[in-house]
Design a protein around this ligand. Structure first.
Ligand SMILES: [Zn+2]
Length: 692
């Protein structure tokens, strides 16, 4: 429930997002010439005013930039997200280089030593090349030695702990029936392609993806020493096993209903559901020390299928499947043949033409594994107390604006309204950085091939959380790191989280005018996260984060009827070739975009009433700047390969429709730009969802 697709981290397999190592030699250190031009929340140079605002506002606000922009070869898209990440990455690189320079003088046990060593071993491409596949030899030997169900399960447990995506997922999640405590969660997992749809879709495009996948698995196994005939046969085994797994998974749309993944059961019930898994041994194998009493199985039908596959498939099938996944998850950090093959296959989904520079891959890996070790230094360099104060004020204006809307909704009964107001009042907010930073004492990092440090960091993270079931939820924890350009709402904690990495230009600037800031993160984006608490998914959770029906049936029905109008609106948008936006998949994000625009605008009016109206800036009123900032906060240019895969896996609509969709429904937009009924940016009122 975030603003950006989180670089697809949540939706694509590890190998797709992992930041592939490369064959380049050591790169030059940062130079002063790396400095990038500052970004503005509203930049009139991006606009194409030859396009009418009332015809296509996305083009009006971003057209000049779109015409001249070229997506850099290593990227699947360019625009606001990349521009902000580029600037954040320069800051993080300076933090990492400092840690690297000081590492030798610090004790091995210090976090700064670990941080510097982690980054330095990643940058050491010579070591990666000379190590080749050696670091993985013990893992592959264990897989090849699987001689029965017990050894198979032990290998699955070990691979999961090291970060490989095999068979299913274990993680401790917030118990949605007792949101103060964690529960053990068993979820689907284990596919090598980004979604079950790629296995099941009969279309020619999906078929060619499957063929490319088999060719890719074959190449990876050949690189690992198999002869090509055996590798080809093994690749077919992998596709066959994964296709059976995919068949038993719910669609992404079905998973949007929180009740679809709510199946708590006793251990005896789990044993009956999947008797071919020796659960006690499994939990022991993954380091869960205290016996579990209950577990949530997100998709029982999936686990049932896994159970059948364990009995029905040969050990040869399983050895091939595990071998490929062990290779695939480590490939980005192995020698260049693995890196390049991994990149080439993943480019099918991203459209990227070349690898990111090594320092960026290493920086992202370090942020991913040790992000809170570098977060403090990042904050000190980028996020002064004034920025936090200004962001907090804006977010509080958004809360007040949404509260006023709730008070005046005519379709919501007083009984539901009272609970909605309670949920809003209790909604937590985290702004900038955590109050409590993560402890890396138990993380072991050393001067060894980098892939081994990655595996160690994955195990550290696993051990950090594996024993949480039954324990109190850590309310101080953040799910993204401080330099991240994103934000999120977590329904099980009923909180919104805005890291410092997103509270910098382009999306926020403490020195910018209110019109600009409230159109972007300060208002509409904050409102986007807030209304996630009340969208088609978030509304099923109460103020405490429990899954509970607190809506009257009549209110639920009215909400659903309005939400259906949203789904229909977005189903009509075509994005690439003949690919349509999926209105059901993107429903929650579309409701949040619309709710964000409405509440952000109201928050701006509150701020202007309090602080006074500024004069025109660049010839625009505060209200016009609000909408221009809104549209520019989605300034993105995406490769068709990436657009196609996102339409399948991403709950966000493409950026053009995240602007023209909600704004053509907002009356204040039409007023600000003098749009008339019949203009493309003014949808007939009877088709507009009237939720907030
Ligand atoms: Zn969102």
């Amino acid at each position: 429930m975030s603003r950006f697709p989180a670089v697809l981290r949540a939706t694509l397999p590890a190998a797709l997002v992992a930041l592939a190592a490369s064959c380049t030699l050591r790169e030059q250190p940062a130079a002063a010439s790396d400095a990038l031009a500052p970004l503005k929340v509203v930049d009139v140079a991006y606009m194409d005013t030859t396009v009418k605002a009332c015809t296509d506002f996305f083009e009006f606000a971003n057209g000049a930039w779109l015409k001249t922009d070229t997506i850099p070869a290593a990227y699947s898209s360019s625009g606001v997200f990349k521009d902000m990440a580029d600037r954040n990455e320069l800051v993080v690189r300076s933090v990492l280089q400092e840690a690297q320079a000081r590492a030798a003088t610090l004790p091995d046990t210090s976090t700064q030593h670990k941080l510097g060593t982690f980054y330095a071993t990643c940058m050491d491409s010579t070591a990666a090349e000379s190590a080749g596949l050696d670091p993985l030899t013990p893992t592959l030997a264990a897989i090849n030695g699987i001689d029965g169900p017990a050894a198979l399960l032990a290998a699955v447990a070990s691979l999961q702990m090291s970060g490989a995506n095999v068979l299913f997922n274990y993680y401790p999640s917030v118990n949605v029936h007792d949101a103060e405590h964690y529960i053990a969660d068993l979820d689907r997992g284990g596919l090598g392609l980004p979604d079950r749809d790629y296995y099941l879709n009969p279309a020619a495009s999906a078929d060619s993806t499957r063929q490319a996948y088999v060719a890719h698995i074959t190449k990876m196994l050949v690189l690992a020493g198999e002869d090509s005939a055996a590798a080809g046969a093994d690749a077919a085994r992998v596709l066959s096993v994964e296709t059976a797994m995919a068949t038993a998974q719910l669609s992404r749309v079905a998973r949007r209903d929180p009740k679809a993944s709510d199946h708590q059961m006793t251990m005896a019930q789990l044993d009956r559901l999947a008797p071919n898994v020796q659960w006690a041994s499994y939990f022991q194998g993954i380091g869960v020390s205290a016996p579990l009493t209950t577990v949530n199985v997100d998709e029982p039908a999936y686990l049932k299928e896994v159970n059948a596959l364990l009995a029905g498939r040969s050990l040869d099938d399983w050895r091939a499947y595990l071998r490929y996944h062990a290779l695939s998850s480590a490939a980005p950090w192995l020698s260049s043949p693995f890196v390049n093959e991994s990149f080439a296959f993943n480019a099918r989904f991203t459209g990227a033409k070349q690898l990111l520079p090594r320092w960026k891959r290493c920086l992202r890996a370090t942020d991913g594994e040790m992000g809170e070790a570098l977060g403090q230094a990042y904050v000190a360099r980028t996020f002064p107390p004034e920025a936090k104060a200004k962001a907090t004020q804006a977010i509080h204006d958004v809360r007040a604006a949404f509260k006023a809307r709730l008070m005046h909704l005519t379709w919501m009964s007083d009984a539901t309204r009272a609970q909605a107001l309670d949920k809003l009042a209790k909604m937590g907010e985290k702004i900038g950085y955590p109050d409590k930073w993560r402890d890396y004492t138990n993380l072991a990092v050393s001067d060894q091939p980098f892939v081994l440090n990655v595996l160690a960091a994955n195990r550290f993270e696993w051990n950090r959380i594996a024993n949480r079931p039954g324990h109190a939820v850590d309310k101080t924890e953040w799910d993204i790191t401080v330099p991240t350009v994103n934000a999120y709402y977590d329904p099980t904690k009923n909180e919104m989280v805005f890291p410092a990495g997103a509270l910098v230009p382009q999306t926020f600037d403490p020195n910018a005018d209110d019109g600009a800031n409230y159109g972007s993160l300060g208002g509409s984006w904050a409102g986007h996260e807030l209304t996630h608490g009340f969208d088609d998914e978030g509304r099923h959770y109460d103020a405490a984060g429990n899954l509970r029906d607190w809506w009257t049936p009549a209110d639920s029905k009215r909400f659903d009827a309005q939400a259906a109008l949203h789904a229909k609106q977005y189903d009509g948008y075509i994005q690439v070739d003949t690919f349509h936006v999926n209105g059901e998949l993107t429903l929650g994000e579309n409701i949040a975009d619309y709710g964000g625009a409405l509440t952000g605008y109201d928050a701006l009016e509150l701020a202007l009433a309090r602080d006074g109206r500024p004069p025109l800036i660049d010839g625009f009123t505060p209200e016009q700047r609000f909408f221009i900032a809104f549209a520019q906060s989605f300034r993105t240019h995406t490769r068709p390969e990436s657009l196609r895969s996102r339409l399948t896996v991403d709950p966000h609509s493409p950026d053009r429709w995240r602007v023209n969709g909600p704004l053509s429904d907002v009356e204040a937009f039409a007023k600000a730009f003098g749009c008339k009924p019949g203009d493309p940016m003014v949808r007939p009122r009877n088709l507009v969802a009237n939720i907030w």
